[in-house]
Design a protein around this ligand. Sequence first.
Ligand code: UT7
Length: 337
Amino acid sequence: MPNAAITGWGVAVPDRVLTNQDLERMVETSDEWIVSRTGIRERRIVGANDSTTSLATDAARKAMEKAGCTADDVDLIVVATATPDDFLVSQSCLVQAEIGGSAAAFDVGAACAGFVTALAVATQFVNGGMYNRALVIGVDTLTRYIDYTDRGTCVLFGDGAGAVVIESSSEPRGLLSTELGADGAGHKHLYVPGWAQMVPESADIFPDSRPHLQMNGREVFRFAVQVMGDAALKSIEKAGLTLDQVDMLIPHQANARIISAAQRQLQLPEEKVWINVDRFGNTSAASVPIALAEAADAGVLKEGDNVVLVAFGAGLAWAAGLVRWGTDGTSPATPAS
Ligand code: UT7
């Protein structure tokens, strides 16, 4: 059975920077509170010329360039997002309209756990032999749904996209194990109330007021600390590995304190955990692929390294996976079945 090696990766974030000092002027908060409670110093926010499509497309093009392929070589596009640009058309089709090609294209919805979930889905298609090459994108523009008078949420989120290309490999590379889970009963701890009411019953027009994200921060924090470490441990175990064989942890970048808790549970030294929450805040589905791409570009991921990806978010849902890094043994492209 083939594996699905990660052969390309790319990142796109908006140019517009929102700092803690900017937020101090908008709501009753302080740089000291935000840094000590979350680790965040600044985040990127979509501007007039940015969209979920533009960010996803930019990241996808970079990933394909790194993998040395074009959209015509891609058999499948899976986009993980909670903030698509269209209600009816999948975000993956909107990306395909920009990059070209005729790959199968659909979206996966698992909020901040979306990218790891989408990678698991795409990997199944490659491992099963149905497709040779897939583009997996995590993208969100959640700041469009943030209430910038609510200090409990507006300091946390940023926008961005991260993408990877995975391709069939005869070597044990790519996602070797997956641990997915959900607790739908907790969905009201992090959701967008009023979203359903935005859907007109017949020909009614949409109301003017835009719905905003609401969160019970303490409950989500408690949930996150519990599932991050547990899910990561299970994915390591399922891959037949032990903790001392883990080379890098790429966690969802929601809060530095949540990441520290996972780091302690996995008994990893600081240098084995990639953290960029200080620069990007919580970019939802983009958080893990942005961190993964940064770690790869920084040269800290070596051929054969065992990399743990783990994320949690609205749903409440979580997803973890053990990735064996590297592209050695990647088979040449063959036509999709
Ligand atoms: O992808 C998943 C997305 N969500 C998350 O990951 C969220 C997980 N939760 C968290 O990260 C944390 O719960 C927060 C960072 C959101 C909040 O930190 P906390 O330590 O749990 O604070 P808290 O909610 O217990 O609030 C403590 C105090 C409260 O004031 P009082 O009631 O003690 O007087 C809040 O009103 O901090 C206040 N507070 C703020 N103060 C200054 C809440 N937000 C702010 C703020 N600036 N931005």
